[in-house]
Write a protein that binds this ligand. Structure first.
Ligand SMILES: Cc1ncc(COP(=O)(O)O)c(C=O)c1O
Length: 367
């Protein structure tokens, strides 16, 4: 056997791996640039709050100990904040971990999961690795009011007796698009009970005023709903990897069976718990992102660039020769995200940074 890797399961060998944003250090090594800004992974440019940073620094002293595998303190705080029972919460090493746990627990050969074209790239990976079939529904047309967004009618039509999970990112990454709360509510109400709805609310904090759902309010009505949230975006904690799922306790019980015993680190637990108290930091970071979303969109449109509607902390722009534009920005020390791996070779995704960073991006764009 030449390549022992070929011994892997077919469903794994045929997977297209996740393509992350380009790290700052890599660009430093390649171009020898000093002043680099990364607008490529939808991180919060203001970072973690002071309280979260201090809590994580204190937690360093405890890193010789295994973390509390039940995440008791963080779960209690989340339960109180969200108005749910702590038995409904599952913690993850980022929400990515939880999406994988859901697939592991509920999918396998002979079963299907439905997601939209251009939906978040982790869904196909999580689904296919279990041996289940990923059923991709066509996205809304580029000239529709929500270009490239999820088409709920197409998704409903794709559900069969073999379907166990439907993934909906609202808003979606990388498109930024969303489905209105009323449409989503009707979709979930019409979904048969043998199907779990995985509602990914990674960008929940940025959606206010745009008519999206707060999925946690729907959990009583829909026992087959699972809501995913994260500390990676608005809370500025992407590097320590903490996310959570809120679901019916019986679903949480199944996720807990496949969860790695100590999946959230000592530092992650401390940082996330403290971050929940720093509501001011969260609100001010979100406010900048929301204001900048409108300002940067208007400036790009003025420069003749087509921008998709976004409910997230990022914009999807249509640029034609995206790879050339991406490389030109790299030479100016600005990392954005090509989305060719999503089948969108003519688009770039740009994370909203601080006002100064966005100005630097706009100047480079307009040059
Ligand atoms: C829609 C969506 N869901 C989930 C995630 C996973 O985030 P994390 O694992 O950092 O919580 C991301 C990250 O980019 C995302 O965009």
């Amino acid at each position: 056997m030449k390549n022992p890797g070929d011994l892997a399961l077919d469903c794994v060998r045929t997977l297209a791996p996740y393509v992350p944003g380009k790290p700052i250090e890599e660009l430093q090594r390649e171009l020898g640039l000093e002043d680099i800004i990364k607008l490529a992974s939808n991180e919060n440019p203001f970072g973690a709050s002071k309280g979260a940073l201090a809590a994580m620094q204190r937690a360093v002293a405890d890193t010789w100990l295994y973390p509390d595998g039940s995440g008791h303190v963080l779960k209690q705080k989340l339960a109180a904040k969200l108005g749910v029972d702590s038995t409904q919460i599952t913690l993850g090493n980022g929400s990515n971990d939880l999406l994988v746990m859901l697939a592991e627990a509920f999918l396998g050969p002979g079963l299907e999961a439905v997601y939209s074209q251009y939906a978040f790239a982790v869904y196909p990976i999580a689904v296919q690795a279990t041996g289940a079939k990923g059923v991709v529904t066509p996205a809304l047309a580029p000239d529709s009011p929500m270009p490239l967004g999820h088409d709920l009618n197409a998704m409903a039509r794709a559900i069969t007796p073999r379907t166990r999970v439907v993934f909906i990112a609202n808003p979606n990454n990388p498109t930024g698009t969303w489905v209105p709360a009323a449409d989503l509510h009707a979709f979930i109400a019409a979904t048969p009970a043998h199907v779990l709805i995985a509602l990914d609310e990674a960008y929940f904090e940025y959606t206010e005023g745009l008519g999206l759902q707060d999925g946690i309010n729907w959990l009583r009505e829909f026992p087959n709903l699972v809501v995913f949230r994260t500390f990676s975006k608005a809370y500025g904690l992407a590097g320590v990897r903490v996310g959570y799922a809120v679901s019916h306790p019986s679903v949480a019980g199944m996720l807990n069976r496949v969860r790695q015993a100590f999946n959230v680190s000592v530092i992650g637990l401390a940082g996330a718990s403290a971050a929940l108290d720093d509501t001011h930091h969260l609100a001010s970071a979100v406010k900048v992102a929301v204001t900048e979303r409108a300002r940067v969109t208007a400036r790009l449109e003025k420069a003749g660039t087509r921008v998709l509607p976004s409910a997230g902390n990022f914009l999807m722009v249509h640029v034609g020769e995206a790879q050339k534009r991406f490389e030109a920005l790299l030479r100016r020390g600005i990392i954005v995200r090509p989305v060719g791996n999503y089948g969108l070779p003519e688009h770039l995704r740009v994370t909203l940074g601080t006002v100064d960073q966005n100005d630097r991006f706009l100047k480079a764009w307009e040059a």
